[in-house]
Write a protein that binds this ligand. Structure first.
Ligand SMILES: [Ca+2]
Ligand SMILES: [Ca+2]
Length: 245
């Protein structure tokens, strides 16, 4: 049975009750389900089960109900008829891939330290409202931004493919899409903003005074400064070797 389809043969093998005489009706019991059974051939006892309306696997995945065949009876108007044994019908509604993956967040932010390769800078996540694993699980994430020093794996983990330099670029924007396992792509990409933080180099003044370290007693150094009008929080630095700075 395919979801959102009606008036198609639904049972295989067809509904078939073996009777002596004629079958006048099939009755469905114990369910307010959107199904009906019609007699195709009263003599052979063949019938067809149909959906009365739309069935939607996102609303209900399975139906189970009982069906009985009624003969035409002997009296006027078919009274005094006999019924077959009760047969159980189990219907599973197949999924249609009508939903696209949607990211949990409207956008993502992360910060990395320059000069490092990260296994995972951050993880993005998309979900999908379809009812089956095939059409609701996310099988792949892709970065659509070209010439970017970032890559993404199938679990949504973003990593950098090369060491980043604060002096070269301080912020990156990467666009990411998600694909469900039926290859349906998210209708909207999500933006991932990645800030590059400078590494503090003790005693080494860089880029015309944009960043520097101050000695703070002993071997600990602390960096503080203002970059392009933004006050940057102090970064702890370690003096590696006396005289090597
Ligand atoms: Ca889907
Ligand atoms: Ca669906």
């Amino acid at each position: 049975l395919s979801h959102k389809e009606t008036n198609k043969p639904l049972l295989s093998p067809p509904l078939l009750f073996d009777f002596n005489g004629e079958i006048c009706a099939f009755k469905i019991h114990g369910l307010e389900a959107p199904f009906e059974a019609v007699v195709l051939n009263g003599t052979s006892g063949e019938g067809q089960l149909r959906a009365r309306g739309l069935v939607d696997c996102e609303l209900q995945k399975e139906y189970t109900f009982i069906i009985q065949a009624h003969d035409c009876g002997a009296g006027p108007g078919g009274t005094g008829g006999k019924k077959s044994h009760k047969a159980v019908v189990h219907i599973q509604v197949n999924d249609v891939n009508e939903f696209s993956p949607v990211f949990r967040e409207a956008q993502y932010h992360a910060a990395v330290t320059e000069g490092k390769i990260y296994d995972s800078i951050l993880q993005v996540e998309a979900t999908d409202q379809d009812c089956s694993p095939q059409y609701s699980q996310i099988c792949n994430y892709q970065i659509t931004t070209t010439n970017t020093p970032f890559a993404i794996d199938r679990n949504g983990n973003i990593r950098n493919t090369e060491k980043l330099s604060f002096d070269k670029q301080q912020q990156y924007e990467v666009l990411v899409t998600a694909l469900d396992c039926g290859q349906k792509r998210s209708t909207e990409s999500v933006a991932v903003h990645i800030d590059v933080k400078p590494v503090c180099k003790p005693g080494w003044q860089v880029s015309r005074g944009r960043r520097w370290c101050k000695r703070q007693g002993g071997r600990k150094m602390e960096w503080s400064g203002i970059i392009k009008g933004h006050v940057v929080p102090p970064v702890s630095c370690t003096l590696r070797k006396k005289g090597a700075i």
